[in-house]
Design a protein around this ligand. Structure first.
Ligand SMILES: Nc1ncnc2c1ncn2[C@@H]1O[C@H](COP(=O)(O)OP(=O)(O)OP(=O)(O)O)[C@@H](O)[C@H]1O
Ligand SMILES: [Mg+2]
Length: 398
């Protein structure tokens, strides 16, 4: 790489001095651009307009003297770091030298000078200044990289949060859609019963059999059915309410889920078999946990229906391994194709086209990891096995 030129300013009111110095420097140092000023004012003008990297400054000059020029340059932000070397034939005393250094000069040379030594020093000063400038530039670049990096990290984190919020809403909508199907099934029986009672009432009226006892019985039975329907509706509504962190039983939580969906599942000939070796308790958000279980059940249900599986059974096992509570949920729906089994927890990954959003398992993973647990899946004899591991809740936690 070609070295860029060094810019030097020589300030001296005596023309011969300037020209002699210029030709000496020109001869001895490569890549120089030399400017000359015959007075302090001229020097200031040049410094402001050119990229000066070293100033060789005479002291005794008419008008502004060298010390005054140096003081002015050192007091201005843009010029304060330009190295100044005083060169004088007159002001040789220690006191003047001290003053020169006090102003901020890097050297104070007195005539007659050792040319060889002066050239070496000037070369060195130029190199050091260049390096300092490069370092400063690098630092500034680094600082701005750090700054943009920080900004990017903050904006990515924000975007991720928004994405997760959206996914959560989508997954909730999908589950609510499924739940409407389950409610419809739960309501089917009481609606049929109400229908039969109403027909029966009409028949009895036509035969003139209606009396007060009969009407009381009718009202009681109707109210029972209506209460059942309203309880079911409340169960479903509660299912989607966010819950506080609490200690809850895995078994009863999973049973609550089964209770909500069993009517719908039995119409599709699906049974859920729960075996519980240990009624473990975990700490977490119970409704969110139930949604995880529901999503795994619904995935098994979808696979069994789509693939027209004969043996429609979902087996749930709850047991303990060390300090961990383990839940295994197995089906015999044929399993997850080997090429996609590693992708089912990705957001929007679905094989159900318009019928699935693909966020169910992604959200399930988020929910389980939020309480320090782990969820995984593997294929086992003719089906899929989901495994959820969560730390048991310590005694007295709540
Ligand atoms: N038990 C299973 N048997 C076979 N494939 C499964 C099973 N569970 C999950 N999958 C596969 O994993 C994919 C992702 O499941 P996930 O629950 O994340 O989304 P989805 O069910 O497709 O849509 P939704 O957002 O409505 O739940 C499913 O589309 C399906 O291909
Ligand atoms: Mg799903």
């Amino acid at each position: 790489m070609k070295e860029s030129k060094f810019h030097i300013l020589i300030v001296d009111d005596v023309d011969e001095n300037r020209f002699a110095l210029e030709s000496l420097l020109d001869e001895e140092i490569e890549n120089l651009i030399i400017y000359q000023a015959s007075s302090g004012h001229e020097a200031l003008d040049i410094v402001l307009g050119k990229p000066i990297e070293l100033i060789i400054l005479d002291i005794q000059m008419p008008g502004m003297n060298g010390f005054e020029v140096a003081r002015l340059l050192k007091s201005k932000k843009n010029t304060s770091d330009i190295p100044i070397v005083f060169l004088t034939a007159v002001f040789k005393s220690e006191a003047f030298q001290q003053e020169g250094f006090d102003i901020g000069a890097i050297d104070y040379m007195t005539k007659p000078i050792d040319e060889h030594q002066m050239i070496n020093k000037i070369k060195l000063y130029l190199q050091v200044y260049r390096k300092e400038k490069e370092l400063e530039k690098l630092n500034n670049e680094l600082e701005s990289i750090n700054l943009t990096l920080e900004e990017r990290v903050i904006s990515e984190v924000k975007k991720n949060r928004q994405k997760d919020k959206m996914l959560e809403i989508q997954s909730r909508h999908a589950e609510m859609g499924e739940m409407i199907g389950a409610i419809a099934h739960q309501w089917l029986q009481p609606l049929n019963t109400i229908g039969l009672y109403v027909q029966n009432l009409n028949m009895k009226y036509k035969r003139g059999l209606i009396n007060e006892d009969m009407m009381d019985g009718f009202q009681n039975n109707m109210m029972k059915q209506i209460k059942h329907m309203s309880d079911t509706m409340n169960d479903f509504r509660n299912f989607f309410k966010p819950t506080q962190k609490s200690k809850f039983s895995l078994k009863s939580s999973i049973k609550d889920v089964v209770y909500l969906i069993e009517k719908q599942y039995s119409t599709n000939d699906i049974i859920i078999d729960i075996s519980c070796l240990n009624d473990g308790k975990i700490c977490g958000y119970e409704n969110e946990f139930k949604q995880v279980i529901l999503n795994i059940f619904n995935n098994a249900k979808d696979a069994m229906i789509e693939r027209e599986i004969e043996e429609r059974k979902i087996v749930v096992k709850i047991f303990k391994e060390g300090t961990k509570e383990i839940i295994l949920i197995r089906d015999k729906a044929g399993g997850i194709p080997i090429d996609i089994v590693n992708r089912v927890f990705e957001p929007y990954f679905t094989t159900k086209h318009d019928k699935g959003t693909g966020v169910g398992l992604y959200m399930s993973k988020n929910i389980i990891e939020k309480i320090g647990g782990n969820i995984s899946v593997q294929n086992i004899e003719n089906g899929a096995e989901f495994r959820i591991e969560v730390n048991e809740c310590e005694e007295g936690y709540f």
